[in-house]
Design a protein around this ligand. Structure first.
Ligand SMILES: NC(=O)C1=CN([C@@H]2O[C@H](COP(=O)(O)OP(=O)(O)OC[C@H]3O[C@@H](n4cnc5c(N)ncnc54)[C@H](O)[C@@H]3O)[C@@H](O)[C@H]2O)C=CC1
Ligand SMILES: CC(C)CC(=O)C(=O)O
Length: 366
């Protein structure tokens, strides 16, 4: 891969390759854009097929965070970290401390949090070395695990998308097919079940499936069958690139709305959904609940304030669908337009890193 060509084409600011021999840490920190403020985005720990796959993931996810944070109305830029390794086997205190020291060295240009493969406990270790970490334990006055907040936002987004497709946002009797019942989707299933939806679920881990079957009367299907099940809403809540040439012809749902990042394998797949009349909730708009929640820590965490903002994901999606109709463009492009317009509007209007000439996290440094 010609890295600099790619960075130039998509306007990346910085990419860091971090290695620590003693702990075995191998991480890639990508900072896409800090126009709106310091870059905030989680740390993913994953076993990648190759180093190139890890780099591409960090790049795509960090750019996604720029758009996610802008579209959510946050004064934050976009960044993301991937740590190469198996989260079930390769974690250690030394590794996360080494990573924390590196983040501290970035001096606030990047703030981290949880993502797939990392937990509140990991963030607490990172916090031993740096202040530039969110999603740490509530005991520190922090917001803890972002997944329930993400789930609430996705639930609100599903309602807005169902309204767009069916004219009413009632979920009573609607069939929702959920792919992956992990941290976010378990809480999402609870909201959907309580609101009268019937659930079809799948996961590669049987215990995760059985929890949803037992707790929410969900019907289980094999992972390969989830795309073709008869349902109103398909909710991808596992990994990315699941909307592609193979899966689109199988879909029966009128709505696609879930938490997974980078759901469209390529932009053309968003175009195809648009042509088919399927309502697609752009991933970074609907799954912003977690980042909205952790971002609230920067002002001294207040759960009610955060949840009120997360509720607005419903209205954000209404705006996206309105732009899509107004301009005759697919919803993923409408979302990009909304985010880019905001970045342009705010650019040069103030210095978002500084409040009274101090970094906005400086209150923690006293
Ligand atoms: N945790 C959060 O607050 C946020 C998460 N997201 C995104 O939402 C998605 C889910 O995140 P989490 O729930 O935190 O992750 P998680 O790792 O807890 O859950 C993902 C689940 O998907 C399952 N899975 C993986 N591949 C699968 C496949 N091919 N078929 C069926 N199931 C499969 C896993 O076994 C796991 O149970 C990820 O894409 C993440 O980036 C986005 C924003 C915030
Ligand atoms: C705090 C995280 C939930 C933010 C993030 O990395 C994401 O939204 O993908």
């Amino acid at each position: 891969m010609e890295l600099f060509k790619y960075l130039e084409a998509y306007d990346y600011e910085e990419v860091h390759f971090v290695q620590d021999k003693q702990s075995g840490l191998k991480a890639i920190v990508a900072i896409h854009d800090t126009t709106l403020g310091p870059a905030l985005g989680g740390t993913r720990m994953w076993t990648y097929e190759s180093e190139e796959a890890a780099i591409i993931d960090a790049l795509r996810l960090s750019k996604g965070m720029t758009y996610k944070n802008a579209a959510a109305g946050l004064n934050l830029g976009g960044g993301k970290t991937v740590i190469i390794g198996d989260p079930r086997k390769d974690k250690s205190e030394e590794k996360f401390r080494a990573f924390g020291r590196f983040i501290q060295g970035l001096n606030g240009r990047y703030i981290t949090a949880e993502d797939v493969g990392t937990s509140v406990e990991d963030m607490d270790i990172i916090h031993e070395e740096t202040d530039f970490v969110t999603g740490i334990s509530p005991a520190f006055g922090s917001s803890g695990n972002p997944s329930p907040a993400t789930a609430f936002g996705v639930y609100r987004g599903i309602k807005a998308s169902v309204k767009e497709a069916f004219g009413s946002d009632s979920l009573e009797g609607k069939k929702v097919a959920v792919q992956g019942v992990g941290n976010v989707a378990y809480h999402l299933c609870r909201y959907l079940h309580e609101d009268g939806a019937s659930l079809i679920v799948t996961d590669i881990h049987k215990d995760a499936v059985m929890r949803a079957v037992n707790d929410f009367d969900a019907v289980a299907v094999d992972p390969s069958d989830i795309y073709s099940v008869d349902c109103d809403v398909f909710s991808p809540c596992a990994l990315g690139a699941i909307i592609n040439d193979e899966t689109i012809p199988q879909l029966k749902a009128k709505v696609i709305a879930g938490s997974a990042n980078n759901q469209l394998k390529e932009n053309k797949h968003g175009d195809i959904l648009f042509e088919m009349g399927i309502v697609y909730a752009p991933d970074y708009v609907i799954n912003a609940g977690g980042v909205i929640n952790v971002a609230d820590e920067l002002y001294g965490y207040n759960r009610d304030r955060a949840m009120k903002k997360i509720e607005q994901i419903y209205n954000n999606l209404e705006k996206v669908f309105a732009i899509s109709k107004r301009d005759g463009i697919p919803s993923y492009l409408a979302a990009d337009r909304m985010a880019e317009e905001r970045i342009k509007r705010i650019q040069n209007s103030r210095s978002p890193f500084l409040v009274n000439e101090k970094h906005i996290l400086s209150r923690r440094l006293k």
